[in-house]
Design a protein around this ligand. Structure first.
Ligand code: TYM
Length: 333
């Protein structure tokens, strides 16, 4: 069955291995199934929920676009655009905001994490951020949304919003209730320094993540310095619950080498960590370094990247305009 795919990535710089393995690698696989219609969005409106420097934001929008292309997305096969160029996103977010309940948003764990202790000082945008995310998805009648595990709750909210809109406006199945596409394994890549914390662009330590633009030496150094423990490498029957860092590194190896975790455990059982780390570095350099080089190359041609976004924006606008007009009619505008 053909799927309508929508997903987004924030242009906040430092896209990392978690973004790649949890989301972007999946975007490419979905695009390569010719049956699917794929829309991938650089969600710049989302990024300003925390303060951004205008010049850096502009660069980051291009860098995220370059990352999409360098990872294998093809603008001829997928619609690639940045959110702020399709005004229907913000308009629909307003309408859906009037359907959503405060109680639903108050339960969002990502807001609680990002707002920290001083919620009063968080932007209103950060609070209503998941409503904008719902607008992104529902505007295109997306049937499937590939994301990492951290976005699961936002997708459940999106489903609730769609159903409530359809009920409130007596329009059964008008907004399509989307399915999340979250991988069973590797949907949450963890920090290289703390196996209980998600790998994240906002972690103050650069050693906690592999950025997609890290060069060979940096990658090798970060893996060398990544946290492990004093026990030897585990075997198939060893439980890794108490060894989250080891589990994470094995998971990364397994994903990048397209082998099961058991196969990887079997290969390295009882060996010294340094042997495994050397192999993991080799694999990362092999897979990530070419992407990083391509991103840097693409960034030299801003015109090319801007053209991709402009073309994508035109296509996205055509789809979005039709849907928002229907939404406005239902609402009574
Ligand atoms: P963002 O920009 O934080 O992350 C982009 C994608 O990367 C995934 N991800 C991870 N996956 C595995 N392990 C990690 N450590 C890791 N870190 C990030 C995220 O789950 C995400 O899929 N709200 C979204 C962007 C968005 C969106 C949308 C997504 C806006 N509108 C509509 C889907 C549909 C976000 O902030 O992702």
């Amino acid at each position: 069955m053909s799927k309508k795919i929508f997903s987004g990535v924030q242009p906040t710089g430092n896209l990392h291995l978690g973004n790649y393995l949890g989301a972007i690698k999946n975007f490419v696989e979905l695009q390569n199934d010719k049956e699917n219609q794929c829309i991938y969005c650089v969600v710049d409106l989302h990024s300003i929920t925390v303060k951004q420097d205008a010049k850096i934001l502009k660069r980051n929008i291009r860098e995220t676009t370059a990352t999409f292309i360098a990872s294998g997305l093809n603008p001829e096969n997928s619609i690639i655009f940045n959110q702020s160029t399709v005004s229907a996103h913000a308009e629909v977010a307003w309408i859906l905001g009037c359907v959503s309940r405060m109680g639903w948003l108050s339960r969002m764990t990502q807001f609680k994490e990002k707002a920290g202790k001083d919620k009063e000082k968080a932007s209103v945008g950060l609070y209503v951020y998941p409503v904008l995310m719902a607008a992104d998805i529902l505007l295109y009648d997306a049937t499937h949304v590939p994301v990492g595990e951290d976005q699961k709750q936002h997708l459940e909210l999106c489903r609730d919003i769609a159903q409530k809109f359809n009920n409130d406006f007596n329009a059964p199945n008008f907004l399509k209730v989307p399915e999340p596409l979250i991988q069973k394994q590797f949907s949450r890549i963890m920090s290289l320094k703390d196996g209980l914390k998600k790998m994240s662009k906002s972690d103050p330590s650069d050693l906690s993540r592999i950025n997609l633009t890290d060069d060979k030496d940096l990658i090798i150094n970060k893996i060398k310095k990544s946290k492990t423990d004093t026990l030897p490498m585990p075997g198939i029957n060893d439980d890794l619950k108490k060894r989250p860092e080891v589990q994470n590194l094995l998971g990364i190896y397994s994903n990048l080498s397209n082998q099961s975790i058991d196969k990887v455990k079997d290969e390295f059982q009882g060996k010294n960590f340094s042997i495994f780390k050397d192999k993991l570095s080799e694999l990362l350099v092999d897979k990530i370094d070419p992407i990083g080089k391509r991103i840097k190359d693409l960034l030299k041609d801003e015109n090319y990247l801007d053209k991709i976004l402009a073309k994508g924006s035109q296509k996205a606008n055509n789809l979005a305009t039709k849907k928002i007009n229907e939404i406005k009619t239902l609402v009574g505008f």
